[in-house]
Design a protein around this ligand. Structure first.
Ligand SMILES: CC(=O)[C@@H](O)[C@H](O)COP(=O)(O)O
Length: 270
């Protein structure tokens, strides 16, 4: 877990983070699943994203082309195993992604529940174990459970990706208390994924100490996609700066004057 920067200390010039031996400055990960290919580039550029997730089936060239051509040069691809219902299926999809030239990063998604789209944590741990031993940089999408997160660390995950709310719901940080526990206890980057519907929610996750935030639906369903992409990038940067600064204290009950009152009006004026 990153520590706050003490008052008077010099803030780092480059507040980077590392995944699979690669260094990143941006802490906003853009999901591309709900984007038309022709808007992917603008969204990535406006968000300042350096990592983009993609469904492996879109890496194959079809009528709409290949998403690999739509993602700007230099951006790290994070293919996901969407569609997998078991660990074995996730492994097959990951190997296919590697063969298609998507690299060694893989976001493990194992989902059997078709209504709420909640991840199967047990299968996710198994898939992470198998893929890490094949040399993948594994980022598992998970329900925020501390014991499972610890199992994912042991299995060789490079980060954990707890959900904020059901995929595509735009409901925000519904699981915030449990994500906070992961941030406190897990010595890997915690990337908040799924259900983040507003830049303010992404900002809150970063203020809590998340390493990064990922969103797809919130940007893809916005009225102005590039503008919303930029808003998310800005919100993530603001939340990160607030976390590093250390938040001010909260007072219960009475207020406290923000401007000095004593010695101005004098005692007789009270
Ligand atoms: C697991 C999964 O599919 C999510 O990562 C999704 O890509 C992003 O979720 P939202 O669309 O809710 O942002």
């Amino acid at each position: 877990m990153t520590e706050h920067i003490a008052s008077g200390a010099v803030a780092p010039t480059a507040d980077t983070w590392t995944l699979g031996g690669k260094e990143f400055a941006s802490r906003f990960i853009l999901g591309s699943g709900k984007f038309r290919l022709d808007v992917v580039r603008a969204a990535v550029e406006d968000a300042g994203a350096q990592i983009v997730t993609l469904a492996v089936r879109r890496a194959n060239t079809n009528q709409e082309g290949s998403i690999l051509d739509a993602v700007p040069e230099g951006v790290t691809l994070l293919p996901n195993t969407s569609g997998a219902r078991t660990a074995e299926e996730a492994v097959r999809i990951a190997r296919l992604a590697r063969e298609l030239g998507c690299g060694d990063f893989i976001k493990v998604e194992v989902i059997r529940d078709a209504r709420y789209l909640l991840p199967d944590n047990a299968e996710t741990v198994r898939a992470t174990d198998m893929l890490a031993s094949e040399g993948f940089t594994v980022l598992p999408y998970m329900y925020p459970d501390l014991n499972v997160a610890r199992d994912l660390v042991s299995a060789g995950a490079a980060a954990v990706m707890p959900l904020g709310a059901p995929i595509g719901s735009n409901r925000g940080l519904v699981t915030r208390d449990f994500i906070r526990i992961l941030i406190e206890e897990i010595d890997l980057p915690v990337i908040v994924d799924a259900g983040i519907g507003r830049p303010s929610q992404a900002c809150e996750a970063m203020e809590m100490g998340a390493a990064a935030v990922m969103a797809n639906t919130a940007v893809a369903t916005a009225g102005n996609i590039p503008l919303m992409a930029r808003a998310f990038g800005d919100a993530v940067r603001a939340g990160r700066a607030a976390f590093l600064a250390g938040p001010g204290r909260v007072l219960a009950g009475a207020g406290e004057a923000s401007s000095p009152l004593t010695g101005f009006l004098g005692e007789e004026a009270r």
